[in-house]
Design a binder for this molecule. Structure first.
Ligand code: PLP
Length: 435
């Protein structure tokens, strides 16, 4: 049991945090955690407590904490040059772009690097609207694509119109903030077959959207997958009408879902999407994002653009070392094997806990839905109680974000071992049994 009685005092940094940072910045735990360091799948807090990390810093620690290969690559590159800008030739950026272009499966692929997933999706929307000459975008209900004006415009819960295809009026963003997105029309499709027909209707009315953007497994939405075949059915309609498909792989890329390298591959056998966006884990925790698209799409905006920090040599060096490790050690295979065992184990535990409605997931991306026992009613307070109890037992997990406050999220570094999966499951079992 952690929460060492030798360190019972709340961390005074919390008060300083509250005094100077925005109130809307989410913090986990009533007594928030301050991490000091990490190694492998473990992290330590500044009070000396050790935790098994089942959230990988919001899926950013893709391989392992302090992976020596990445640390060495970062130190060596930082000792040479930290910043070179996209105005000059940048070897690590070209090399990482070559590898990602080849892995994307997109023909004649071009890669543009950003510093975050939000910027990657912003860029994808910019490309799609420029390429198709329309500023209508389709997004999925309960999706999350970022925090900028344009990505907030395709994120969140909206009142679902009877057809689901009304022009965008007002959006609800996290915490009840309302804003208007920059799109003339925006629809949010839900995970039902009916929205395939709705899509046809929309296009039939002459309002051909530029693109549909979707997460293969909704991340902030609580690690929820669309039903089998739904995205493939969308794709068929989109392709027929020349509407681009943007796959937001910020959480799902690089083999995390086990069976496939990219999340879209679980849904669609028709080949790669028109645009893929990525971020989070590729540089193992360094700020990164990017977009992959065919040259004709990528080049539909004006030349002579730069990105000050996109493709930073240090980040690119981290990405190259991290990606090499991931591929050489078949971490996708590890996610499939260890993730499969973990899902099985958690389902067995859940069978004895009435507050667990569902254990779902693919590979090492696992959601646990907490409800009021005997009902389907979400229970955010109980989910928070499990999060706290797991921490007290020495395990860090995640919670769904704005859309799915009663889902627990598990996304460990992809090097997770079977013994560590067992250790985490045992802690989680004790935490769930406190409900
Ligand atoms: N897209 C998805 C699917 C995400 O989960 C996130 C962040 O959680 C983003 C985009 C935004 O990425 P970032 O926080 O790096 O801007």
């Amino acid at each position: 049991m952690n929460r060492d009685p030798a360190h019972p005092a709340p961390n005074p940094l919390h008060d300083r945090h509250r005094a100077v940072l925005p109130d809307w910045l989410a913090l986990y735990y009533a007594d928030p955690l301050e991490l000091s360091h990490g190694e492998g799948r473990y992290v330590w807090d500044t009070a000396g407590n050790k935790y098994l990390d089942f959230f990988g810093g919001i899926l950013t620690t893709m391989t392992a904490h302090a992976l020596p290969e990445v640390t060495k690559a970062v130190a060596e590159q930082a000792g040479r040059i930290v910043h070179s800008s996209t105005l000059y030739l940048n070897r690590p950026m070209v090399e990482l772009a070559e590898r990602i272009a080849a892995l994307s499966g997109i023909p004649d692929a071009r890669v543009f690097f950003t510093s975050s997933g939000t910027e990657a999706n912003d860029t994808a929307l910019l490309l799609a609207t420029a390429h198709r000459g329309s500023n209508q975008i389709l997004a999925m209900r309960n999706s999350y694509h970022g925090r900028s004006f344009s990505t907030v415009g395709i994120t969140g819960n909206r009142a679902w119109s009877p057809t689901g295809l009304s022009p965008l009026q007002t959006l609800y963003v996290h915490g009840g903030v309302r804003t208007r997105g920059p799109y003339a029309h925006l629809t949010d499709a839900e995970f039902t077959a009916a929205c395939v027909a709705d899509l046809e209707d929309l296009i039939g009315q002459g309002r051909t959207p530029a693109a549909l953007i979707a997460e293969p497994v909704q991340g902030v939405g609580g690690f929820t997958s669309p039903p089998d075949g739904l995205y493939a059915a969308f794709r068929e309609v989109l392709d027929r009408h020349g509407v681009l498909w943007i796959s937001d792989e910020v959480q799902t890329g690089w083999g995390r879902t086990g069976d496939h390298f990219w999340g879209w591959q679980a849904h669609d056998r028709n080949g790669p999407p028109d645009i893929v966006t990525f971020a989070k884990g590729i540089a193992n925790g360094m700020s990164v994002g990017g977009v992959v698209a065919r040259a004709e799409i990528m080049n539909s905006i004006d030349a002579n653009s730069i990105s000050t920090f996109g493709g930073s040599p240090v980040t690119m060096a981290a990405g190259l070392a991290n990606l090499s490790y991931l591929l050489e050690h078949d971490l996708q295979g590890n996610a499939r094997r260890v993730g499969g065992l973990l899902i099985e184990r958690l389902r067995a535990i859940a069978a004895g806990v009435p507050a667990v409605r569902e254990v779902r997931g693919r590979g090492l991306m696992i959601g646990i839905e907490i409800v009021r026992p005997g009902s389907d009613e979400a229970d955010p307070a109980a989910a928070t109680a499990v999060l706290e109890a797991a921490r007290a037992g020495g395990l860090l997990i995640g919670k769904g974000g704005g859309h799915s406050t009663s889902a627990l999220r598990i996304a460990p570094p992809l090097t997770l071992t079977v013994a560590e999966a067992e250790e985490g499951a045992a802690i989680l079992e004790r935490a769930l049994r406190t409900l």
